[in-house]
Design a protein around this ligand. Structure first.
Ligand code: ZN
Length: 324
């Protein structure tokens, strides 16, 4: 009886694969660099190599696999198994599921990485036991995944969870999507660093300037958090705005779907209470009274979230036709 899943986390710089059991234990791992400039066939070839490495380490074979799951930057189409577009991978309409199925001959599932991570946290991490969960990743971008009654929500256009591109500051900073004032442009790690850099250049962030040695290139969200801890007024303002807008956006989500838990992951969440306390305060102040006890907690899976989320796709198959 096959009882394992192969989870493949496809990122812009590296591919991580893991053989995972139903309890979420990673029994074997494999890694390859992505090297996206070499073309998608080469990238898929390295995904297979990483998968084979993980199977070998787990002393498992393809026959032990219930299925294969892939988390990828997107947009992706889980129904056709195609990565529609991923700028950092130079992917356009890449049939990832078909290519992997040709090798493994097991049911193969593709999801957007943020949605896969949501399923991973729901099944193995900080989302365990939640009835309705929203997972938000705040890193270079902002993405989300929604699990309602145990099912991952994909949406009518497979774009459910694009919280980062909600406009929160009309005519605000330019976003990577082309709009102005998206949540991602003011509250992602990149957005926070950009706004703090501007404050530094206006002379409003003296502590940050000192920490960065005056070098704008050295500014990232982690350094901004450190400057806030040391009392920098400009960085404090940037972070206050970021957490306020994130909290307001999440309050809207809570009112809309009435989830009982929000899990926040990604590099920016490592700021800890500097982020969580003001976000909780804003959400609590802005949601309807019945939803005020919504929990807002850090993600639990850390760097393995990608592998476990991808594997969870094979254990909790979405309602769609597996790749063939
Ligand atoms: Zn945007």
């Amino acid at each position: 009886m096959p009882a394992l899943a192969l989870g493949i986390d496809l990122g812009g710089t590296k591919i991580a694969a893991g053989v995972v059991d139903a309890a979420g234990r990673i029994l074997g791992r494999g890694h390859r660099p992505t090297r996206p400039r070499e073309g998608w066939e080469a990238v898929v070839g390295r995904m297979i190599e990483a998968g084979e490495e993980a199977l070998a380490e787990a002393s498992a074979g393809v026959d032990d696999l219930l299925g294969v799951g892939v988390g990828s930057p997107g947009p992706v189409n889980p129904q056709t198994g195609v990565v529609v577009e991923a700028a950092n991978l130079y992917f356009k309409d890449v049939p990832v599921v078909r290519a992997l199925y040709r090798h493994y001959r097991r049911p193969t599932y593709l999801e957007h990485d943020a949605r896969a991570a949501a399923l991973g946290e729901y099944r193995y991490g900080a989302g365990r036991g939640a009835a309705n969960l929203v997972f938000v990743t705040v890193s270079t971008g902002i993405g989300a995944g929604i699990v309602l009654d145990g099912r991952l929500v994909q949406g009518s256009h497979f774009s459910a969870g694009e919280l980062g591109h909600t406009v929160v500051v009309p005519e605000g900073p330019l976003c990577t999507c082309g709009q102005r004032g998206c949540l991602e442009a003011v509250a992602s790690g990149t957005g926070i660093a950009n706004l703090a850099r501007e404050a530094m250049e206006r002379g409003e962030a003296p502590v940050l300037r000192e920490l960065a040695g005056g070098d704008p290139e050295g500014v990232d969200a982690r350094l901004v958090a450190e400057a806030v801890r040391r009392g920098d007024p400009g960085c404090r303002e940037v972070l206050d705005q970021a957490t306020f807008h994130l909290g307001m956006a999440l309050a809207g989500v809570v009112n809309l779907i009435d989830c009982d838990r929000i899990v926040i992951g990604g590099g920016v969440a490592k700021m800890g209470e500097l982020l969580f306390e003001p976000v909780r305060r804003t959400v609590t102040a802005c949601v309807v009274a019945t939803a005020r006890n919504v929990q807002i907690i850090p993600a639990a899976l850390g760097p393995d979230a990608g592998i476990l989320g991808a594997a969870a796709l094979a254990f909790t198959p979405p309602q769609l036709t597996p790749g063939s």
